[in-house]
Design a protein around this ligand. Structure first.
Ligand code: FAD
Length: 409
């Protein structure tokens, strides 16, 4: 089977690259082994950890950072189109141009955020709390949302918090077994007429409050149930992230995938790329576990397999390596320097990843592969956690690489 481009990995990076290429008329295949970091998504995309204005902060990043390698001007140019890009998949994001706002973590802490999913609780860049009094609701028996932490954090910021436990008979079945009481199962139950009961309980309990904060357990496939609940209420309802699995993250992934497919893209779910067919300095095709006797061919390939978390990068006791093609990897050879014993310190291994040239093309044994690009968290040179740039690097490098492939530069 022949495609214009094949993308290995169907997380945020692979899907953004796929949608971008399909929109530009390129026939794409995405092969994705399974779960991605989106299943653990906080509800906010991070670009960098600077509070407020981030343009100056981008210029101070080390030269190895993917933003520095694209250039600050190109990074900002790509960033300015991201809200519209997601809107084309019906995903509404809020956030100011070139200024971070703050998201509220499940621990009640304010963290800088670039773009936040519509309907998520957030605080403007001046840190002025949008409410004086809120109802903090949780679902009875749901252990993946700790409203006490959230309330303690909000009260420190001067917000009066009223706790409330939602009791919905339709959720009783889940309560009989604690492993069933997960965000995704709750989201499946909170639909249809159940939303009327939920709206009625919340309206009564939240009377006199400026807003109702709910765990993000509504709308696994699309935002309809959340919108339907809000339409029944006079008080604004806003969501706060739960512990994984992330309902909004799964929804985001499903909506991006649906848009990619509606543009004519092919998505192979639950399959793993395990071999490449090379000719000189070019990759001609790939093989997968489920289609062992078939070679999927393309003109260009994008590696979007993620970092250690998704096993795009792996480590043995002596080396760090790229898991599909054995590509060149940037890492420190001395193992004791891979990590800091203080878990809260910046961890060097977070910056290990695939080595690329100035066009994000990968290399094998020192030779650049002219038609294989890498994007997202598989790349070396940045620490998504400490620099607060995980999704920014994924989205912007995916757009950059897709642009290079489509426009041949
Ligand atoms: C747990 C976690 C939570 C995070 N939360 C946030 C957040 O809330 N906000 C933020 O800004 N950033 C967050 N990040 C940073 C995150 O890295 C990016 O936001 C982004 O989602 C990463 O996307 P990715 O597509 O590059 O990698 P991944 O999401 O890791 O996706 C890689 C995909 O490739 C697939 N794959 C791997 N190998 C193969 C193969 N051989 N064949 C086929 N498929 C393969 C995997 O199954 C996976 O689906 C988080 C990171 C982690 C690890």
């Amino acid at each position: 089977m022949k495609f214009d481009s094949i993308i290995i990995g169907g997380g945020l990076t692979g899907l953004v690259a796929g949608i971008s290429l399909q929109s530009k008329g390129k026939k794409c295949l995405i092969v994705s082994a399974g779960q991605s970091a989106l299943h653990f998504f906080s509800g906010s995309f991070e670009l960098c950890s600077a509070p407020g204005d981030y343009e100056d902060a981008l210029a101070t990043l080390p030269s190895s950072h993917p933003y520095s390698r694209m250039g600050v001007a190109r990074t900002l140019e790509l960033a300015s189109g991201v809200k519209d890009f997601f809107l084309s998949s019906s995903i509404k994001l809020s956030g100011e141009d070139k200024r971070n706002h703050f998201r509220i973590t499940p621990m009640g802490v304010l963290k800088p955020a670039w773009l936040t999913l519509d309907g998520y609780a957030s605080v403007p860049s001046d840190r002025k709390m949008p409410w004086k009094k809120v109802l903090v609701a949780n679902v009875g028996g749901f252990l993946d949302f700790h409203s006490d932490f959230l309330m303690a954090g909000l009260e420190k910021e001067g917000v009066e918090c009223i706790p409330y436990i939602i009791n919905i008979p339709e959720l009783d079945r889940l309560r009989t077994n604690p492993t069933e009481m997960r965000s995704t199962n709750i989201a499946r139950a909170l639909t249809g007429n159940v939303l009327c009961e939920l709206a009625s309980q919340l309206s009564k309990a939240g009377a006199g409050c400026d807003a109702i904060l709910l765990p993000a357990v509504l709308g696994l496939n699309d935002p309809e149930n959340a919108n339907s609940l809000k339409a029944r209420m006079d008080i604004p309802v806003e969501f706060v992230a739960t512990l994984p699995p992330s309902v909004p993250g799964i929804r985001t992934q499903l909506m991006l995938k649906a848009h990619f497919q509606s543009l004519g893209g092919t998505f192979l779910m639950g399959d793993t790329v395990n071999e490449g067919v090379f000719e000189g300095n070019q990759l001609k095709g790939i093989k997968t576990v489920n289609h062992a006797d078939m070679v999927f061919q393309a003109d260009n390939f994008i590696l979007a397999t993620g970092s250690f978390f998704s096993r795009g990068i792996k480590a043995s006791s002596t080396e760090v390596f790229e898991s599909v093609f054995g590509l060149d990897v940037d890492y420190t050879e001395e193992r004791p320097q891979w990590y800091s014993p203080d878990v809260f310190e910046k961890q060097p291994y977070m910056e290990f990843g695939v080595r690329t040239d100035d066009k994000f093309r990968v290399s094998r044994d020192g030779n650049v592969l002219s038609n294989v690009y890498a994007a997202g968290s598989v790349l070396s040179g940045f620490n998504g956690l400490k620099d607060g740039c995980g999704a920014g690097v994924s989205i912007l490098t995916a757009l950059d690489v897709a642009d290079r492939i489509a426009n041949g530069f």
